[in-house]
Design a protein around this ligand. Sequence first.
Ligand SMILES: [Zn+2]
Length: 402
Amino acid sequence: MTPQKTPSIAENEIKRIIGTIEKEPDGRQIVFFAGIHGNEPAGIIALQRVLKYIKKRKIPFRGKLWALEGNLPALKANRRFIDKDLNRIWYTQNNDAAPLGTDLIEVREREALSTCIEKILSDSTGNIYFFDLHTTSAHSIPFVSISDTLRNRKIVKGIPVPIVLGLEEDMEGTLFNFFSELGISMILFEAGQHEQASSIDNHEAFIWMILVKLKFVKKDDFPDLHNCREILSKEWLFKKRVFQLQYRHLINGIGDFTMIPGFVNFQKIHRGQILAYNTQGAIHSPLTGRIFLPLYQDQGLEGFLIIDEIKIIWLKISEIIRKLGLDRYMSLLPGIRKHKEFQNSYVINRRLARFFVISVFRLLGYRKVIQKNNLYIVKRRPFEWEKPSMSVVRQRFKEISQ
Ligand SMILES: [Zn+2]
């Protein structure tokens, strides 16, 4: 691995397709997105290194790899986005969002990416995996986030970084959410802070571990695997731990939010602690937990998130109860009824249901989609363990990306 200072890329390296690899096609495809946010070039540099290594050392490769860049104009300007966050405009059905003007830079970027994705989907005959590579404004250890299905848990099992669940809840318009709803496994990897050279190394180590884990590259053909594991295992205290989102602090405008300096991802915080300021005064933590993604840049919609840890035993228990389909009995409990229109959805009346009911639904594989006064709607995550049919995915992708 080549040491490098602050991650940055030259103008001529800003292009939609960083590269592809197709030596022994077997119908499977793996797609890496990097630079969806223009101030996050670390993932692009890591992908360039991996492609170069595979080509130079003639590493045997089964299946096809795509390395794509996201927001090209924002990458040129080294800004998170120009008009709109490219990671908040991928809408599936049933959303109330107003249509976005086609003159917005990011709407055009979304269309250009959609054209690439359509091509990828049309070539796909076997498993397909999407990975979205990011970095954070606060200092952070690397972590992955998945939509909590048993299929996705299996993909990241053994990667020695913490897993954060529930990030997609209440957050429409992310690539992550969009493809998860389509039934394509989309894994989010956050490598560390934007400006840290170690974020490139973390991305690179993650990409290699995933390529081997999913058998695109044979373990024996990549001698550096141990090194990659070491790089990602540096924060060994965190490596096998799982966290879930508990609270999201949205902000009105960037001028109206100042995070207190010095917070790092996963840092413990307590209820009542002052975390930030706005024009109304101090913002206190509503919960005891760990701070997550505190905002230290001048573009963003969330000021900070709060997560807490889930014991591994609960994940194992949830796997068993999902396989048994015990969720069908949930409407026997007070304050819970099946949703009349939406499939695989329940309405929870928080006044009647017990406080831990949302956590139970999460363990059963549901996510919170709507919160209105005392009512919550939770929806089962689709494609828990079964794969969607590729023809259905292609059709749905065409419909919703028009
Ligand atoms: Zn990002």
